[in-house]
Design a protein around this ligand. Structure first.
Ligand SMILES: Nc1ncnc2c1ncn2[C@@H]1O[C@H](COP(=O)(O)OP(=O)(O)OP(=O)(O)O)[C@@H](O)[C@H]1O
Ligand SMILES: Nc1ncnc2c1ncn2[C@@H]1O[C@H](COP(=O)(O)OP(=O)(O)OP(=O)(O)O)[C@@H](O)[C@H]1O
Ligand SMILES: [Mg+2]
Ligand SMILES: [Mg+2]
Lengths: 221, 221
């Protein structure tokens, strides 16, 4: 589970100041699938990055799995994220010099876990569910946009995180592939008890969620 | 106008060979707005890159504005693209060290055209139509995903190209902003006589087009 209280975030200063988050109160219960919608520039990615501890809020608190993220130092926060959080970025952020398969296993390598045969099989099965098992030996530049997106999704899921944040995870997927991904996310919440939070601008995608939150100008509408 | 005859494109070799395009015949009439749909990995981006002269086909011909692209040497092709073609990339490809405004004007700078006041005003008006006029002084990293996408669209339109290729141009836009962009693209075709080709996986977006082409496994279905 995760929650935010009075969350604020401002970029820049003076006249050019952007109030990206203007006091967010939000509860994300364990085992539920929440969709976040809203206009481009309304603060959705900023909210997701603050909830996941990837960005420091300007004010307010973020609590994840009982822990106040603002109370952790950088190293502890890094370990905490690795242990509890998976994140699918809006622009994927795959490492260009690693293959798709290496990108997927990276969170486990970084966490110092041994990559045994069982783990490799699990990674392969996950890639297979997402329809990219035949592209694992290729680097991101050799993949289509939607294939890169699905590799990013697999990477976020490989650690079986308590919380999964997905920023527009079906933005480059056709309807069939989209449905498969969304179904997998819903089952992650219902069957594995993961807390799933997904930003989307597509109503069909939001329909898979248990709850829909709408943002407007840095606030929850 | 543009057309392809017997277009093929293969990546890799041996067992891992990917037949991304398997013999494409396609006509894109001047002043018409064509949507290209199809599953992730079906070859849409590859087709767009070959039609725009950004990628060399394996076989077949591409004819743009009466010119066989395969007959041009690299320098002539570069100049030809600059003169006739605008391209919105699936991953935007904005230059990170330039501001949004500088990114938009870049095609004109590269073409050696003087950037006078009238041109700056036109660039500003275009950014305003796309709702990003207030972000022009910021670098891409300081923009939301949808804002970056709209800057990429403005950059492709600034040279008033005969042919505009847009690869998933509304993938990160909410429905309102999406409608504004699609309406602008349709008017570019109908009022300015531009040949507009758009890849999309959203039926609502394809509805703005005059014609819809569907791809499947490297072929037109
Ligand atoms: N440089 C490359 N080397 C090897 N394979 C490639 C390369 N570029 C693309 N491919 C493969 O060619 C196929 C078609 O890719 P393309 O990018 O055209 O698909 P697409 O229809 O645009 O997909 P999406 O909807 O996901 O963007 C994919 O299977 C992709 O993995
Ligand atoms: N580093 C930054 N510096 C300045 N402004 C920023 C920065 N990052 C984001 N912004 C601004 O903050 C606002 C919210 O951005 P955010 O990325 O959260 O929007 P979003 O809702 O995710 O939009 P989209 O749907 O387009 O992805 C935008 O106006 C954006 O330009
Ligand atoms: Mg965003
Ligand atoms: Mg593509």
């Amino acid at each position: 589970a995760a929650s935010a209280r009075g969350l604020t975030k401002t970029y820049g200063g003076g006249e050019a100041q952007v109030h990206a988050l203007r006091g967010i109160d939000l509860d994300l219960p364990r085992g539920r699938f929440t969709a976040i919608m809203g206009p481009s520039g309304s603060g959705k990615s900023t909210l997701m990055h603050c909830l996941a501890g990837l960005d420091q809020a300007g004010g307010g608190t973020v609590t994840v799995a009982g822990t106040d993220l603002g109370s952790l130092d950088d190293d502890t926060l890094t370990i905490f994220r690795r242990e509890h959080i998976g994140f699918v970025f809006q622009s994927y952020n795959l490492l260009p010099m690693l293959t798709a398969g290496q990108n997927i296993l990276l969170p486990l390598e970084l966490g110092g876990r041994r990559i045994d045969d069982a783990t490799r099989e699990r990674a392969h099965a996950l890639a297979d569910t997402l329809g990219v098992a035949d592209r694992l030996g290729h680097r991101p530049a050799e993949l289509s946009g939607g294939q890169q997106q699905r590799v990013a999704i697999a990477r976020a899921l490989i650690t079986r995180p308590d919380l999964l944040f997905a920023d527009e995870p079906t933005g480059n997927l056709d309807s069939t592939t989209s449905a498969e991904v969304l179904d997998h996310l819903r089952r992650s919440a219902r069957e594995l008890g993961q807390t799933v939070v997904m930003v989307t601008h597509e109503r069909d995608a939001a329909a898979y969620a248990d709850d829909v939150v709408t943002m407007q100008d840095g606030r929850i509408a």
